[in-house]
Ligand binder design. Sequence first.
Ligand code: BTN
Length: 265
Amino acid sequence: MNEGYQDPGDSPRRPSLPPAFRLVALECVGSTNDEARRLVADADAEDGTLVWAREQTGGRGRLGRDWNSPRGNLYLSLILRPECPLSEAVQLGFVAAIALCDAIGTVMPPMVEAQVKWPNDILVNDCKIAGFLLETVLSSDGSMQALLLGMGVNVRHYPEDARYPATSLRAEGAASDVDEVAVLEAFSRHFLKWTNRWLDEGFSPVRANWLHRAKGRGERIEVRLPNETLHGVFRDLDEAGALCLDREDGGDLRRIYAGDVFFAE
Ligand code: BTN
């Protein structure tokens, strides 16, 4: 972990969230996504239930990776029950990404701007500061029972050995009173704002805002898939959340649904 680590020690104040959320606050849990899944299965937890833990012992990232989760960072999973097919519900990952960018803007000094990196990473000064893990809970008939939106934000700490360079809000200049509670409160407000806009106007304004904040659009990128590495120009984001890559070997425009993006130096 980054140098200068200091355990906050004291308990943070209880977050104050808009009434649309029902907070489940935990000291320590394996993974908030697993806890959220359990709440859906055992208690039929409602839309807007937000599981927040100060620490995770088995935090998970995308593609089966670990998410190191010491105290001082933000770990949450939001239970969502959108009334639309899964193909549209995945757009909520992009809603959350731009909401977090807005939230970061409110807690950071002026001129610090968060960017998005496909599919669901948030960058500050070209380093990863947050990530999302979207999972579904399926009913026995295969329909979507709930969408779990897991979010981890590096507030005080960041891994130094990550595959993509990482940073934290504190390392990028956040004031000492910016803690995980302040970020959670700001995120909840902006997530509500953007979700209402998505419900009223559809994916179009969300996609436009996401593309405006996207690192590398129109530039040459590398996309690492499990069995191949592609190179091409990052053209667009489609309605399904796929990255549209104009391949440099002359092949068709390729839509990519899962993978890791790297930018030219
Ligand atoms: C990634 O960038 O790979 C996604 C990271 C997601 C981490 C969060 S922390 C809260 C929630 N619980 C988990 O186990 N993972 C997500």
